[in-house]
Design a binder for this molecule. Sequence first.
Ligand code: IMP
Ligand code: MG
Length: 427
Amino acid sequence: MLDIVVGTQYGDEGKGRVVHNLALNGHYLAAVRAQGGNNAGHTVVHENVTYKLNLLPTSVLVGKPGFLGRGMVLDLDVLVKEISGLKEKGIHPSLRIDSRAHVIMPWHKDLDSLNEKGNGSYAAGSTGRGIGPVYGSKHDRTGVRLADFFDDSARVEALVQKYATRVAYESEQDYSSLVDRYTVEIRTLVDKTKFLTDSLCDVSQEIYDDLILGNNILGECAQAEMLDVDGPYYPRGTSSGTSAVAFWNGIGVYPKKEFAGKVIGVAKAYTTRVGKGPFVTEIEGSFADDIRERGGEYGTTTGRARRVGWLDLPMIKHSLVSSGLDSLAITKIDILGGMDEIPVAVYYKNGNKIPCLNYEKKIPVYETMLGWPAFTTKDYRRQFENGIDYIPNISLREYLQKIEREVGVPIKIITFGQDSKAFISYM
Ligand code: IMP
Ligand code: MG
């Protein structure tokens, strides 16, 4: 079956780290990504070494194959660097890449910044990786799939001219210099990436075959529910579907009931958002600074300081609809250790439903929970070893039980540090 790990907030909940830990336990054959590109960033500590992955599923760190599904968008330069970076550290990732995944072309990055400028106050604070434009090209049928990139130079040449015209017009640059730059960049890239053609395949068919045989596969979503292009915050999100329902489309397999496993919704014990857009439980000042420092809340991809806020439970509940959560993974609970009181948003004064209507004006109503001591990893393990309802510290138990009660699904995973030992699963 295919289990899916999905983010329930604004991204950076720790999906990659959860996938890594789950991949370690031997139950899964491989992991697969279905959407997004190197706008995603996963920081994972494996055998005391810190890895920052943008494109590859974190399963590759434990020697399990990684599939890159047809719904992904690939910056091939970044992909090559990620692969060689791993090889330098002694990890040789086994990859299967769908030849229908779209390539981020040089003009997509140029257009990303032009679009952001043009969007004014509706700009998303894009990571600048060309994600919006590449999905735009895909849908208006002027995109370049991997198959075209390696096999259809006439099409690529025509697109160079088309997009150079557009970028020249929008940025007041010289058309011929743009054509030259794009042509050289593409030629260099084709040479550097030829070896990838050995990994190209129909990922849908391969995953289908694996699932038919009864193998278990782990689905690693990127970004998160609140950034979904069809979610409540459009246009202040990313450009792909990010929920579990979109995941199946991104791998191109129908979720027959013998295929559809569990969906694990990942939520940080508080909330962060990088980039622009609404954030109703956002806090500023010394509390926020303190959490940001302790939690290392700086973007893996861009290094930007993340905005910080309290846990927003109505937001997490939103994922019940689009991702059908079976359980929750609560990450970074240790970052809150040592605080006297912790507010949690339990509902919105003006209604919890239909968040796409006036979401920005939602007024959160908080309940204040009592804090718990700053436990060590070993102490946390002791707290969690017998299950949520048997956590000895009352405040810690009540914080987690509150989440379970309000969201209505059980917590099956808790993380309390970066090390793989700072992880407990009740699955
Ligand atoms: P884009 O996907 O690069 O176009 O960025 C659009 C918005 O989504 C910006 O606010 C980004 O900061 C945000 N975003 C995109 N990917 C991620 C992610 O993996 N984690 C957190 N935020 C992200
Ligand atoms: Mg991230």
